[in-house]
Design a protein around this ligand. Structure first.
Ligand code: MRU
Length: 356
């Protein structure tokens, strides 16, 4: 498969995830406003993928800016960052990527606006390439702790489609399968937008990895019956204490896993860790439109006018997590210490100072 998002001919290209698996279409974008709109509408979704989109959005803003000098270009980039950061509130990867690019542009001692434009694009490309590398490293760490025969339960889509390629949670699954482990995945359908049924099932079937699609409500019954060995899910933002914000329903899975003595891990690239937030209750939770709940696909199933509450994410308190799998190794409690170490190791690997 092609990457989820890439740069080509001075445009950003993305797979349209709203219509998978029934249709496969690539969309092209040439300004940062339309990239922000694509993130809002979930043409592209998943925390690392929208981080990469925001990075390329900054590159488009640099390219489109009429600025002839450094200071004017920085003003335009600052404006673009505000637009992109506002697209979705929970995934910190978005502002992590725009901050990284803006700070690079600010600290460069290049007087010429065109040189800054080139550097911004190169950094956006680096963010995308690094994401794939991070996922492969994380996959290897995650696979190493799985038994040789394993039934994994996943939620939402934390696969290649949620990243630039390979995936976080599905990266662990792919690495385990490649290492010869007998992997079977229980795929939560993930109401309301059905990322599990539409995207995770599609990815696993294309790779020939054994999977079974389940209604979200079947997870507890399967755990109690001893048919789940480990729960793995991704994250949109992890607070400094290890509390994890992820797709709505993740919290319920973690509590059920604890009740049934099943290990539960979040699979988290370090750009998703927000050390600036002490705990998960400080993470902004996106609320989305009524129609996602009141309809299935385009068909309305609830009575006209039924009041709807549609939080897109929930927070799993860190005490329910066995560990957090990162590209720098597996973090165990106390997460306040292990996460800080992982972030520092990642920054050292990139050879940069902290961007946050
Ligand atoms: O609303 P979505 O589809 O963007 O939510 C995605 C998730 O919750 C993923 O689990 C998370 O972003 C991690 S993706 C590697």
């Amino acid at each position: 498969m092609t990457r989820t998002i890439w740069w080509e001919d001075n445009q950003v290209k993305m797979i349209d995830q709203r219509i998978l698996p029934l249709e496969f279409e690539i969309l092209s974008y040439n300004d940062h406003h339309s990239v922000a709109q694509a993130i809002k509408e979930m043409v592209i979704r998943g925390a690392p993928a929208i981080g990469a989109a925001a990075g390329f959005g900054m590159a488009l803003a640099a390219l489109q800016s009429p600025a002839a000098d450094r200071d004017s270009l920085l003003i335009d980039l600052t404006g673009a960052k505000e637009v992109l950061d506002a697209a979705r509130p929970t995934a910190v990867n978005l502002s992590w990527a725009t901050t990284r690019i803006l700070e690079l542009a600010q600290y460069l001692v290049l007087p010429c606006a065109d040189d800054i434009r080139s550097a911004v694009l190169a950094e956006a490309q680096r963010i995308a390439d690094e994401d794939v590398e991070i996922n492969q490293r994380m996959g290897a760490f995650g696979a190493s702790i799985l038994p040789d025969e394993v039934n994994i339960l996943t939620h939402c889509n934390a696969g290649a489609l949620a990243t630039v390629d390979y995936g976080t949670t599905l990266g662990v699954v792919r690495a385990a399968a490649a290492a010869g482990k007998q992997v079977h995945v229980w795929v939560d359908e993930t109401r309301p937008r059905l990322q599990g049924a539409r995207l995770t099932a599609w990815e696993l079937m294309r790779d020939g990895i054994p999977m079974t699609l389940i209604a979200d409500n079947a997870a507890g019954m399967l755990m109690r019956a001893g048919r789940v060995d480990v729960v793995l899910f991704g994250a949109d933002r992890v607070a400094a204490n290890g509390d994890v914000a992820n797709k709505i329903g993740s919290y319920k899975l973690a509590v059920l896993a604890r009740e049934n003595g099943i290990p539960c891990y979040a699979v988290v690239p370090t750009p998703t860790i927000d050390l600036a937030l002490a705990h998960g209750d400080l993470i902004p939770i996106e609320e989305r439109g009524w129609e996602e709940v009141a309809k299935v696909g385009s068909e309305q199933i609830a009575p006209d006018g039924a009041p709807v509450y549609n939080p897109a994410f929930d927070v799993t308190p860190h005490r329910y997590l066995t560990g957090i799998i990162t590209e720098e190794g597996i973090c165990y409690p106390p997460f306040t210490v292990s996460l800080r170490r992982a972030v520092a190791a990642a920054e050292a690997r990139r050879g940069d100072g902290a961007t946050r």
